[in-house]
Each structure stands twice: as structure tokens, then as C-alpha cells.
Design a protein around this ligand. Structure first.
Ligand code: DX5
Ligand code: ZN
Length: 242
């Protein structure tokens, strides 16, 4: 739903990070997410992989429903043909739903459907509708969709697993999508996902991306809270210089 409260929440938080929680210890995810809540992180990014579109399988709606948190649930669907499945993810408490153009025969119809669904966390928050593009997908795929989405997510790795290396051509793609959004005069959040580490987050933030997804660099098995604070501070430092 255009200009929904959910979009306003993201715009107010941007630039910021969305933390990929699938790389955490899933058996203690409640306490892992509680650590994030103390840091100022606003979004929990849940990578849903189906073993078809994506070689790995992760979690589905029951898992998302089980996450009790004040963070916005940012659900990245790396699944084949999400049209008939998005309602289940919305019912499970998603605030942001991102589908892949490569996985969806009727991506426009799926976005329209998302626009009719009610956010179960807070009805007037709406569902922030996102479209993701793999690193090899032409950006032109976005142009016919700009009226029906609030969020664009550029993958900087190929869908599969955490801990891959950031593909450098993503940086130029971010700039091209920023120009596309500006030329169209749209209020669209732009995110980047994959391969963001403590070492390169400042460089990625300097692109001006609104949302930076980071998973394994936060949940490194050692210090997730300190890592999340580091990432937030890195983004804030870049913003203050721009
Ligand atoms: C790619 C996923 C990403 C990725 C993020 O398959 O969409 O969200 O797991 O993990 P890191 O930050 O470890 O690259
Ligand atoms: Zn993701």
C-alpha cells in the first residue's frame, strides 16, 4: 500500500541495517534477537529459501510467526512462484515482503495482491512490498513495477547462503537504481543484501543505499550485539559526512 506507515517507518530509520537472522543460532533465536533490540536495530531480515529457487532450505511461516520481537520483520522470499504463498507470510507477521522477479511469473499480480493484505502486527502499517533482483538480472525489470512497490532490494551475492563475497558491480547498480527512482519521482526504499562485512560496510553505506542487510558479519558466533552496534555506527558515520 503506497505511503503506508510501514514505508514511513523505513524512511525514518534510513539509512540503517536489517540484520539477517538466519545466520544466528536458530535454537536460541529469541535471545539472539533480544540482543539486537538493545542496539537500535530496527529490522530483522529473514531469508526464506525453498531448495528450488535457492539451493538451500531455511524456514517458513511457522518460524516467522514464532519470532516475538518489536523489530520489523523483513521477509526475503527466495522461493519459486510466491504469488500463492505471500498471504501465509503476511498472516505470520511479516512487515516487509520481498519477492524475486526471477522466481515469479506474475510479479505484478503478486505486488497487487500484497497491496490488498492487512498487516497483522498493526493494520495501518500496511505491508511494504519489495522486489529483489539477483546480481545478473537487468535493472530494466524494475521499470514496469515502480508504481506498485515500496522497496527494491539489490542482491550483492547470488541467493544461496550467508558469508559470500560482495560482488563489486553491485555498487554501480545501486547508483543506476537511485537514478531510476529519482527520475520516476517515487518514494522507494533501496536496499542491498549480501556480503556486507565490518570491512566494507562504510563503502557500501557511501553508495547512499537506504537499507543494508548484514547477516553473518553480525552473527559471527562471538559478539552479535557489539557487531550490530559497529554496523549501525558505521552507517551513521557515513551519513553524517554526506
Ligand atoms: C543471500 C541472502 C542474504 C545473505 C546475507 O542468499 O539473501 O540475506 O544470506 O548474509 P551475509 O550478510 O552473510 O552475506
Ligand atoms: Zn536476504
Amino acid at each position: 500500500m503506497a505511503n503506508s506507515k510501514g514505508l514511513e517507518l523505513l524512511r525514518a530509520a534510513a539509512p540503517t541495517i536489517s540484520v539477517g537472522v538466519i545466520t544466528a543460532n536458530l535454537l536460541s533465536l529469541g535471545s539472539e534477537i533480544a540482543l539486537l533490540e538493545r542496539t537500535g536495530v530496527k529490522l530483522a531480515h529473514v531469508d526464506v529459501m525453498d531448495g528450488c529457487f535457492c539451493p538451500m532450505m531455511t524456514v517458513g511461516p511457522p518460524f516467522i510467526r514464532a519470532i516475538k520481537t518489536s523489530l520489523l520483520k523483513d521477509v526475503h522470499l527466495m522461493i519459486e512462484e510466491p504469488l500463492e504463498k505471500v498471504a501465509d507470510y503476511v498472516a505470520a507477521g511479516a512487515d516487509v515482503i520481498t519477492i524475486h522477479v526471477e522466481a515469479c511469473s506474475h510479479v505484478h499480480r503478486a505486488l497487487q495482491k500484497l497491496g490488498t493484505l492487512t498487516n497483522v502486527n498493526e493494520a495501518d502499517r500496511g505491508i511494504v512490498r519489495g522486489v529483489a533482483l539477483n546480481p545478473g538480472t537487468p535493472l530494466e525489470a524494475l521499470e514496469p513495477l515502480l508504481d506498485d512497490l515500496e522497496y527494491i532490494l539489490l542482491l550483492a551475492v547470488n541467493p544461496g547462503w550467508g558469508g559470500q563475497k560482495y560482488i563489486r558491480s553491485t555498487t554501480a547498480r545501486i547508483g543506476r537504481v537511485q537514478r531510476m527512482i529519482a527520475d520516476a519521482g517515487k518514494n522507494i526504499i533501496l536496499g542491498v543484501d549480501g556480503g556486507v562485512t565490518k570491512e566494507n560496510i562504510a563503502e557500501v553505506a557511501a553508495t547512499g543505499a537506504d537499507l543494508i542487510v548484514t547477516g553473518s558479519a553480525v552473527f559471527d558466533g562471538k559478539a552479535p550485539e557489539a557487531n550490530a552496534r559497529f554496523m549501525l555506527q558505521a552507517v551513521a558515520a557515513v551519513q553524517s559526512r554526506q
